[in-house]
Design a protein around this ligand. Structure first.
Ligand SMILES: NC(=O)CC[C@H](N)C(=O)O
Length: 447
């Protein structure tokens, strides 16, 4: 009996949610009765899914974006990702799939494929990236009217929270029902969540993950997002990872801490006898050079670009610095063996597979091209030759910067980048056709 079958038998599972992330990072897939898994000894279910499972539904249904023939794709469950679904009524399991083409190759458009590919490049160098994501989110009052502004959820006291309660214990306890449910769901799924804090927005919190393998952590963030939404819903509240859900509150990020270890020695190669190594500087140089081109993976929605604001601790330029949160690339205070870089650009709305793949790709290019970073920012003073704003201000601009960057398109896969840009551009075009209340208010009687 495979470990897979043993798990299903042990928990008397009646149903399996067989999932994969689409380009937005949302779960797609199929529900299976358990017998289908038990009958298949190899764990490979010859079930097929449509291309929307990996792209998501692009806004205007441009079938020409991908492949007009809409060929079958084969799901292959990864047994390492087998977990319970703690919010289900019946004993239900979930498993994450790799997606293959019918000729047996990893599907070039699937998010997990992209991350696997970048990790394989490091493997060839004898290196293994270690990452730790920090995910911010808001608890929001349920509201299904899109014309009505979102409002922070109201906690136990019934008082509307005011913002700027960073690290407040009582502010978290306002929602202790949701938090208790969240932790018990995380435990049931073996998610390595670490600390939770209240952030500076009203009903905004952040959860940290214990550092580890990038693919495993991308899977965990993918699972966590569903988990939090379910825990909140159980208590009649919405949870959102939108990058900027409310005008006057800070946005939500997914900062990614990253370092590299030598596979043979297990040592952090960013540390050279207590000082940052040459490789560290090259990796950092790559992040500094290529992050503007990769921004559409860190800010994948039209809304994401509203988050970037220095007053709200979200970076707008490519400074880096030691223990300095005004810089987009921060080197946290840590013992030498834990030397790492925190990329502060990704929003909480990023697809974790793609954001992690993109940040590792930028570092990899820096390493291969031996790129030197600029001098670090000191005391909030950027080097004098620094432009004030250096990242794209809109999704359209971010996509153009991606398209123009040959090394990044090559390393992520040209077919994937073309499909990603097609999907995202179609979203941008749809957004562009929306006439906002701001336009009605400011233009109706004046223009
Ligand atoms: N904890 C923090 O550094 C705040 C980050 C901020 N919320 C952002 O969107 O980037």
């Amino acid at each position: 009996m495979t470990a897979f079958e043993a798990f299903l038998k042990e928990h008397a599972i009646t149903e399996v949610e067989s999932t994969l992330a689409d380009m937005t990072g949302n779960a797609r897939g199929k529900f299976y009765p358990t017998f289908k898994f038990l009958a298949e000894k190899t764990g490979r279910i010859p079930e097929t899914v449509l291309v929307q499972s990996v792209t998501g539904d692009w806004a205007d249904n441009h079938y020409d974006i991908i492949d007009a023939s809409d060929r079958d794709m084969v799901l292959k469950p990864d047994p390492n990702t087998l977990r319970m679904v703690p919010w289900a009524d019946e004993p239900t399991a979930q498993v994450i799939n790799d997606c293959y083409t019918t000729d047996g190759n990893l599907h070039p458009l699937a998010s997990r494929t992209i991350l696997r590919h970048i990790l394989s490049l490091y493997e060839k160098e004898g290196l293994k990236p270690i990452i730790a994501p920090e995910v911010e989110f808001y608890l929001i009052q349920p509201n299904t009217d899109p014309d009505y502004e979102l409002k922070p959820a109201v906690g136990r006291s019934g008082k509307r929270e005011t913002s700027r309660r960073s690290y407040s214990i009582d502010a978290v306890n306002e929602f202790n029902g949701i938090i208790d449910t969240l932790y018990s769901y995380c435990e049931a799924q073996n998610l390595d969540v670490d600390t939770l804090i209240h952030e500076s927005g009203a009903a905004q919190m952040e959860i940290n993950f214990i550092h580890g393998d990038p693919l495993d952590l991308a899977d965990q963030v993918f699972v966590f997002k569903r988990t939090l939404r379910e825990a909140a819903l159980k208590h009649g509240v919405y949870a959102t990872f939108m990058a900027k859900p409310m005008k006057n509150e800070p946005g939500s990020s997914m900062h990614i801490h990253q370092s590299l270890v030598d596979v043979k020695t297990g040592k952090n190669v960013f540390n050279d006898n207590g000082k940052p190594s040459e490789l560290f500087y090259h990796y950092l140089g790559g992040l500094q050079r290529f992050t503007p081109n990769a921004i559409s993976f860190f800010a994948p929605n039209v809304n994401s670009y509203r988050r970037f604001s220095p007053e709200m601790a979200a970076p707008i330029n490519m400074n880096w610095g030691f223990d300095n949160r005004t810089a987009g690339l921060r080197i946290p205070f840590a013992p030498p063996e834990a030397t790492r870089i925190e990329n502060r650009f990704p929003g909480a709305d990023s697809n974790p597979y793609l954001a992690i793949a993109a940040t590792l790709a930028c570092g990899y290019l820096g390493m291969k091209q031996k790129i030197q970073p600029t001098d670090p920012v000191k005391n909030n003073e950027p080097p004098s030759d620094y432009p004030e704003v250096e990242i794209a201000r809109t999704l359209e601009e971010g996509l153009r910067l991606l398209e123009e960057c040959e090394p990044l398109c090559d390393i992520l896969g040209n077919d994937f980048v073309t499909a990603y840009m097609g999907v995202k551009r179609s979203e941008f075009e749809t957004f562009n056709r929306v006439i906002s209340s701001w336009e009605r208010e400011h233009l109706l009687l004046n223009v």
